[in-house]
Design a binder for this molecule. Sequence first.
Ligand code: HEM
Length: 408
Amino acid sequence: MDSPRFTRRAPMSERINLLAPEVRANPYPLYARLRQHAPVSQVDPGGIWAVSRYEDVMYVLKHPQLFSSEGFRQAYRPAWISNYPLADSALVMDPPRHTRLRGLINRAFGTSVLTRIEPRVREIAATIAANLPEGQEVDFVEAFSVPMPMGVLGELLGLAPEVHPLLVRWAQHLAQFTSIGPADTARQEAMRATVNEARGHFERVLAERRRHPGDDLMSDLVQARMDGESLSDTELLGFMFLLLIGGLETTLHLMSHVALRLHLQPELMTLLREQPALVPRFIEEALRHEPPAQGVMRLTSEETELGGVRLPRGVRMLLLMGSATRDEAYCADPDRFDPHRTAPQNLPFGHGIHFCLGSQLARLEARLSLEALLARFTRLSAGTQPIQWNSSLIVRGPTRLPLVAHVD
Ligand code: HEM
């Protein structure tokens, strides 16, 4: 007989494809069905196990010994490339390797990062608002969402301003890394070129900071010491690639979700202009309602059970963050966008040992750009072109967001 934790649930009749265009356009009704009928279940693409309930997502994040990140390391070390630094980053490590690396990174990536970068963030926010045309249709992804995280990341990585636009191209291309098959030689060649190009720029920064350390993040990382140990070159490069993968697309999608919400509910734009103190809460609610990091991956390191379902060793798990934050167990009336909501917070940035290092930075970027937008414009209306959504299991956001900004 089943134990209480092994209760049977009515299966969903069809196998779900999370990348179906209608799901990408609005995944939330499907997430609700999954939570109700199949909270831990295999979906397409690839038969990955989707976890949709808040409680189960938290269980996985709190048990890295059962649900591994390191299991994905091999995916970044296929036979066709030997020097992709993301394979040596904290994102694909479990304790004790993760503990040591994260300890060293934490030495450098602390509050000083925010203090140093804030003037630059203000500068970019002012430029974004000044460059947005009034009464004219623009793609908000390009005009509003991209410039901030691109400029911030370029600065953090110590790159010259003319190199910053390359970050977007690199990040977009690198996001396709794990979809390249063993026989896909043309795509392998293109990916090696991108990795080498980014590596070349990053290596030059590291060499320069070793020769002439300054008052910046990269110099701090090069010099970070813990128990007599420092970061190796491989680990430093791994961290630079991780910042690129983790800090760019996520933040730009947050900015797009913020703009889209102001367009969908114009009364919110009026409210925020009247009560700017609500801006931080509005951003928290945007993060909860549309988490930019929509999926977090893990691999079972032994046979285990979750939500009453037995899972073999070595299966891929996809934690549906966008579902967990819409679970009644996470907050009341979860589908409603409520700018006055106070708690809970943080789950959109993960939980436990891999909790996002850039959460405060992302919040700062979103706050200052939103404040600059509110200071100049009164409302956002739809453009003539349709909104286009990206197709990814990991991050969610529009690839095109045509809007018109007004001052009336
Ligand atoms: C809205 C923006 C962002 C969101 C929603 C977000 C979300 C997340 C999530 C969910 C994780 C956990 C991944 C896991 O458990 O496997 C994570 C990890 C991480 N994030 Fe972010 N992130 C954002 C912005 C940033 C920024 C701006 C940076 C840095 C510039 C950053 C750096 C990192 C790093 C380094 C990790 C890995 C930490 C580790 O593995 O120990 N993130 N992020």
